[in-house]
Design a binder for this molecule. Structure first.
Ligand code: UD1
Length: 366
C-alpha cells in the first residue's frame, strides 16, 4: 500500500488536486491518500467553495497557517507539516503548482527523506522577481518525480540538470477539472444574477504583487479599464489582496464610480468558469486562466511581461501585454472586434492527466 500525503494551500492548487485525489481514491486497494490543507487561503470564497464545487473530500488535516510575509508563511507551513510527517509515515508527498505552500512542503519532505512528486513541474517565467518562480525552482530542485504539463517544461528541467528518468510528461491536470465541470458550470445562474448577456462583456482578474502592490501601476491599469469599459462592461471578481490595495491607495471610490466596471466578490469555480467561458475577452494576470482560456478558445490578454506558460501564446489564445495602460488599451480594443478563435488544445491537455500522474507515481514506486 502506498501512503501518499497530498498538500494544497491556495486557490489555484484546489483545481489541480481534485482529479488527482479522485484517481487515488479509485485505486484504494493500492493507494492510501491523505489530504493536507495548509490554510494559506482560508476565506470561504478562496477555499471552502472550491472544495464544494469540485467535490474534493474535506482535508484530513488543516494546518491553519493563514496570511503573513513570504518567510512567515513558508516557515509556518514547514513547522506544522513536519509534525504531520512525523505522525504519518508517507511514501510520497505530492505538491502541486507554485505557491508558497508548495515550496514549503517540498522542503520539509526533502529534509525528512520522503519522496516528492511535483505536479506542474518545469514551468519557468525566467523572472525571479516573481515569488512563484522561486517556488518553482526550489520545488523542482528537490522533487524526485517531476510531472510536466507541456514539452517546454521538460526542456527547462533538462537545462537545469534534472535527470531525465525523474521527468514524466503527463499533460495539464487543471484541464481534467475544466472538462469534468463544464456541463455543471452551464447550470450556474451567474450571468442572470449579474444581468449579463453571453459575449457582451469582458472578464478580468488581477492579484499579482507586480500589478497591485504599486499605486501608480494599479491606477494605470484602471485608466485602461476606463477606456475598454467605453466599449463593453468588465466584470471583475476582486481578490482580497487587490481589494485591500485599492482601499490603501484610495482608488476604491474612483473604481466604484466606473459604471462599466462591475466589481464583485471572488467567485467559486463553477460560477467563474461560466463567467469567463461566455465572455468576449479575458484580462488577467493569473497563470491558470491563460491555460483555461486557450482550451476554450477565448481571447486572453495577460497583464504581465512574461509567462511560465508560453504554449498558451504559441499555440493558444493568449497575448502578453504587460501593465502599461496604453498597451493594454491598444491590444484590447481590436481584440473585442476579432471573431473568437477556435480552441486549440495543446498536447495531452486531454482530460486524462490525473490518471497519468498516478500511474507515474505508482511506476516510480516499484
Ligand atoms: C497566492 C499565490 C499565487 C496565486 C494566488 C491565487 C504565493 C506566493 N502566491 O497569492 O501564486 O496566484 O495565491 O490567489 O503563494 N487573503 C485573504 N483571504 C484568503 C487568502 C488571502 O484575505 O483566504 C489576503 C490576505 O490579506 C493575504 C493576501 O490576500 O495577506 C495575500 O494572500 P497570499 O496567500 O499571501 O497570496 P496571494 O496573493 O493570494
Amino acid at each position: 500500500m502506498l501512503r501518499i500525503i497530498n498538500v494544497v494551500g491556495a486557490r489555484p492548487n484546489f483545481m489541480k488536486i481534485a482529479p488527482v485525489i479522485d484517481e487515488m481514491r479509485r485505486r484504494s486497494g493500492r493507494i492510501e491518500p491523505l489530504l493536507v490543507h495548509t490554510g494559506q487561503h482560508y476565506d470561504e470564497s478562496m477555499s471552502d467553495s472550491f472544495f464544494e464545487d469540485l467535490e474534493i473530500p474535506r482535508p484530513d488535516i488543516n494546518l491553519e497557517i493563514g496570511s503573513g510575509s513570504h518567510s512567515e508563511q513558508t516557515a509556518r507551513v514547514m513547522i506544522a507539516l513536519e509534525r504531520v510527517l512525523l505522525q504519518h509515515a508517507a511514501d510520497w508527498v505530492v505538491v502541486v503548482g507554485d505557491v508558497n505552500s508548495t515550496m514549503a512542503a517540498a522542503i520539509v519532505a526533502a529534509k525528512m527523506n520522503v519522496r516528492i512528486a511535483h505536479v506542474e513541474a518545469g514551468l519557468r517565467s525566467g523572472d525571479r522577481t516573481m515569488p512563484e518562480e522561486i517556488n518553482r525552482v526550489v520545488t523542482d530542485a528537490l522533487a524526485d518525480l517531476l510531472l510536466t504539463p507541456s514539452r517546454d517544461a521538460i526542456e527547462n528541467l533538462l537545462r537545469e540538470g534534472v535527470a531525465p528518468h525523474k521527468i514524466s510528461f503527463v499533460g495539464n491536470v487543471m484541464i481534467d477539472t475544466l472538462y469534468r465541470n463544464l456541463d455543471k458550470a452551464r447550470r450556474s445562474r451567474v450571468l442572470e444574477r449579474l444581468n449579463l448577456q453571453p459575449n457582451q462583456y469582458c472578464a478580468m482578474t488581477l492579484h499579482r504583487p507586480s500589478n497591485v502592490d504599486d499605486a501608480k501601476t494599479l491606477a494605470g491599469i484602471i485608466d485602461a479599464l476606463e477606456a475598454i469599459g467605453q466599449r463593453l462592461p468588465i466584470v471583475f471578481p476582486v481578490h482580497p489582496r487587490t481589494r485591500e490595495r485599492l482601499a490603501q491607495f484610495n482608488l476604491s471610490d474612483r473604481i466604484g464610480r466606473m459604471k462599466s466596471l462591475l466589481m464583485i466578490e471572488p467567485l467559486g469555480y463553477l460560477d467563474f468558469l461560466q463567467l469567463y467561458s461566455n465572455s468576449r475577452l479575458v484580462l488577467t494576470d493569473s497563470g491558470g486562466i491563460q491555460e483555461e482560456t486557450t482550451v476554450l478558445g477565448i481571447p486572453c490578454l495577460t497583464l504581465r511581461p512574461n509567462t511560465e506558460r508560453p504554449i498558451t501564446v504559441l499555440e493558444g489564445t493568449n497575448r502578453l501585454v504587460g501593465n502599461a495602460p496604453e498597451v493594454i488599451t491598444r491590444e484590447a480594443l481590436p481584440a473585442l472586434d476579432r471573431p473568437a478563435g477556435a480552441a486549440r488544445v495543446p498536447e495531452l491537455w486531454d482530460g486524462h492527466a490525473a490518471a497519468r500522474i498516478v500511474d507515474a507515481i505508482e511506476e516510480a514506486s516499484r
